[in-house]
Design a protein around this ligand. Sequence first.
Ligand code: AMP
Ligand code: MG
Length: 487
Amino acid sequence: MKALDELTFDNRFARLGDAFSTHVLPEPLDEPRLVVASNAAMALLDLDPAVAETPVFAELFSGHKLWAEAEPRAMVYSGHQFGGYTPQLGDGRGLLLGEVYNEAGEHWDLHLKGAGMTPYSRMGDGRAVLRSSIREFLASEALHALGIPSSRALCVIGSSTPVWREKQERGAMVLRLAHSHIRFGHFEYFYYTKKPEQQAELAEHVLNLHYPECREQPEPYLAMFREIVERNAEMIAKWQAYGFCHGVMNTDNMSILGITFDFGPFAFLDDFDAHFICNHSDHEGRYSFSNQVPIGQWNLSALAQALKPFISVDALKEALGLYLPLYQAHYLDLMRRRLGLTTAEDDDQKLVEQLLKLMQNSGVDYTLFFRRLGDEPAAQAVARLRDDFVDLARFDAWAERYKARVARDGDYSEVQRRERMHAVNPLYILRNYLAQNAIAAAESGDYSEVRRLHEVLSKPFEEQAGMEQYAQRPPDWGKHLEISCSS
Ligand code: AMP
Ligand code: MG
């Protein structure tokens, strides 16, 4: 365990120099206070969880203090936003404070979001409000606990600094952790600004630091791109299987590591709805729930375009062709497991699709359906779940097919079935209304609800005593909350 002043820095990205980022000091928030910290994320830095409660912790993560070895930098990048190219973006309100390496030899970027203006702030104020910082914190840690690759969050620090959005709010900062903060948009920036030397430097950096095994391949850059395609296919399969809607899949929000990144108006589905749009500024539904799959490929094509100087067009096309089949394989594998199946049959895809259609038509709670399906043997479970469906004839037909499929799958005990299914079907997810309750309390100075919710979501598959209220469908007011995009 380390004390806060014992962190060891090795700022590899900063060393790439001024073409890649700009030195900027964080602008402190007034009266900083700890809102919530993640013990699991603290452990990634070998930090003793007790240090989160010390005043110096809140000072470090609100811009008042800095380690001598930190080198705060705002990164430059660009990206395709809602399909159109924006030539220059960059960290408009976040700073890469430095890279810390832990005792296991892993490097973690410390990225402070809401740290004030940078050369890339454009029209923005460089700030983040408490509400969006809490949402990013809860989502990062909840996705990780579900087994969905994501950036992590160490803490949220609140303050008394006023920040104007639709109304006056309070500024906050969230400390994000990731092995890298390099986005698809970094490659696009150097490609479209025609800076081949820097682009090659960036590619070398990513290859050496994040995909070293690809060095062994005959075409290292191609191997790296393939790996990025594979990781994205797997990540998006997990989003779809667990009902996660990202909301702003612009290429500047896509990580080169294939982790979920940059949380805005995201949502987990309550009722299953393939057409769900969580971002209310997304009028055309470009980033609707079901569109995330083709958009994943679209984004990879945008990255492929920027990698043309290193990889032949034919090879890029071939690698892109891996995306859909890989996505489908991962998705189906996870959905089979969610249904309690251990073997594969050709018609399983159909079984899943028919179920989703029935859920869509009846407004069935996506998370609770699967959890309850595993509570009991198949016959009893479907008999109990039947009440949630409107088209009973179709549901009964599906239930018969499902029971027959389960019977063919194998002979296992009720306990085995439950354990196996509960291990992949969460009881607790970050429902928008739960986040909203925690935010409302935090905005009035009570952080206990954010902390409790974070705790519950850190063990989503484990039934926790006294936490029934976190495993309910939303009340009417919490069903279709409009989450503001201004964060
Ligand atoms: P996002 O939609 O949050 O991914 O942000 C898109 C771009 O806008 C990024 O370059 C952000 O850094 C920038 N940005 C978002 N909010 C602010 C803000 N309040 N101040 C400055 N820049 C911002
Ligand atoms: Mg972003």
